[in-house]
Design a protein around this ligand. Structure first.
Ligand SMILES: *Cc1c(COP(=O)(O)O)cnc(C)c1O
Length: 340
C-alpha cells in the first residue's frame, strides 16, 4: 500500500519507540513530567516565545488559542479554506461562542488588504472583530507557504485595528524547511502559535502551542476545562523530542517527493496542476473531466491511496513513510491509467 492520503498516517520509527519506552515521566497536570517540560522548553526556544504548552491535538491547540484571545460573540477573520473553519466540527462556536468570518483569499492566502476590509466597524449591532487566524502552510491552498513579508503586513494591519494574531502552524515545519527560514521568523508576528508533532514530524500524537507566559497560563487552565490535561504525557512528549532531533532535519525530502509526483500528475491532460505551486508536501490537483471520486477509486484499486478533496479535487500528501521509490511506483500507476 502506498498511502498518500495524509501526513498523519505515519507510524512511529524504531528510534522513536525506543525514546518513548525510555522516557522519564511524572504527572503533567502537576507540572511534574520532566519530558513534557523539556519539550515545552525546546519548542518555546525554537519559536522564540516565553512559554509553551503540550496538548493532545492540533484541533485543541487551535481552539485553546482562540479561546484565550477572545470573548463570546467575538469574530475571527480567516481564509475560507482554513482548518478552523472546515474541519473542527464547529468547535469555535461550541467552546468559545465565536463567529467565524471566512474570506476567499488570493490563491488560498489572505492579504493585508482583505483583512483590513473585513474588520467590522465599531457599532452596537456589529460583532467585535478580535482575531486574525492564519494557517501556514495553507493546507487547502496546496501546502502553500505564506511569504514572510505578507505575514508581517497582515500582522501590522491587525495591530492597527487592535486585533490578536493566531497562527495555525500544523505544518509550520514544512514552511520553514521549504524556505530555509527559522520557524521563529514565521511565528514572531503572532500572539499565539502552535506546531504539530503528528504530521510531517511523524510522532503518534501531540501539538505544542507557544506564546507569552500569561497567555500560555490561560491556555493551560482552558486545556483542563476542555479535558486535555494528561498525566504521564512524557511518553508522547519523548516522541516529539525525538522527532525534532531526527525527523525534522529530513523534512525537505518530503518536498522533493511531492515535486516528483507533481511532475507526473501535471503532465497528464486529465489533470490540472501547476507544478510550481507545489512548494511543500501537499499536492492538490483538479480532475479536468470526471470526478475526483472515480480517479481516487481507480488508483485505490492499484493500492495507491489519495484523498477526495472536493467534487473534482484530489489531494496527495507525502510523508516519512513513503519513500522516493514508493512515489516512483505511484507515478507509474498514474501513468498507466492516464496518458500524457
Ligand atoms: C491537521 C490539522 C489541524 C488539526 O490537527 P489534529 O491534530 O488533527 O487535530 C489543524 N490545522 C491544520 C492546518 C491541519 O492540517
Amino acid at each position: 500500500m502506498i498511502d498518500l492520503r495524509s501526513d498523519t498516517v505515519t507510524r512511529p520509527s524504531d528510534g522513536m519507540r525506543r525514546a518513548m519506552y525510555e522516557a522519564e515521566v511524572g504527572d503533567d497536570v502537576y507540572g511534574e513530567d520532566p519530558t513534557v517540560n523539556r519539550l515545552q522548553e525546546r519548542i518555546a526556544d525554537r519559536l522564540g516565545t516565553e512559554a509553551a504548552l503540550f496538548v493532545p491535538s492540533g484541533t485543541m491547540a487551535n481552539q485553546l488559542c482562540l479561546h484565550v484571545l477572545t470573548a463570546p460573540g467575538d469574530e475571527v477573520i480567516l481564509e475560507r479554506g482554513a482548518h478552523v473553519f472546515n474541519y473542527e466540527s464547529g468547535a469555535a462556536g461550541i467552546l468559545s461562542g465565536l463567529q467565524l468570518h471566512p474570506i476567499k483569499g488570493e490563491n488560498g492566502l489572505l492579504s493585508p488588504e482583505q483583512v483590513e476590509a473585513a474588520v467590522r466597524p465599531e457599532a452596537v449591532v456589529a460583532p467585535r472583530t478580535r482575531v486574525v487566524s492564519v494557517e501556514n502552510t495553507a493546507n487547502k491552498a496546496g501546502g502553500v507557504v505564506y511569504p514572510l513579508d505578507r505575514i508581517q503586513r497582515i500582522a501590522r494591519t491587525g495591530r492597527e485595528h487592535d486585533l490578536h494574531l493566531h497562527l495555525d502552524g500544523a505544518r509550520l515545519w514544512n514552511a520553514a524547511a521549504a524556505h530555509d527560514t527559522p520557524e521563529r521568523a514565521y511565528a514572531e508576528p503572532f500572539d499565539l502559535t502552535w506546531v504539530a508533532l503528528s504530521k510531517g514530524l511523524g510522532a503518534p500524537a501531540g501539538s505544542v502551542l507557544a506564546g507569552p507566559a500569561p497567555l500560555v497560563d490561560d491556555a493551560r487552565r482552558a486545556r483542563k476545562q476542555f479535558g486535555g490535561g494528561m498525566r504521564q504525557a512524557g511518553i508522547l512528549a519523548a516522541a516529539g523530542l525525538y522527532a525534532l532531533d531526527h525527523h525534522r532535519p529530513r523534512l525537505a525530502q518530503d518536498h522533493e517527493k511531492a515535486r516528483r509526483l507533481a511532475e507526473t500528475i501535471a503532465a497528464r491532460p486529465a489533470f490540472d496542476l501547476d507544478v510550481d505551486a507545489v512548494e511543500t508536501n501537499i499536492i492538490i490537483f483538479e480532475v479536468v473531466d470526471g470526478s475526483a471520486e472515480s480517479v481516487v477509486q481507480t488508483l485505490r484499486d492499484e493500492d495507491v491511496h489519495l484523498t477526495v478533496f472536493g467534487p473534482s479535487t484530489v489531494r496527495a500528501t507525502t510523508h516519512r513513510d513513503v519513500s522516493m521509490d514508493d512515489v516512483g511506483q505511484a507515478a507509474d500507476v498514474i501513468k498507466s491509467h492516464f496518458s500524457d
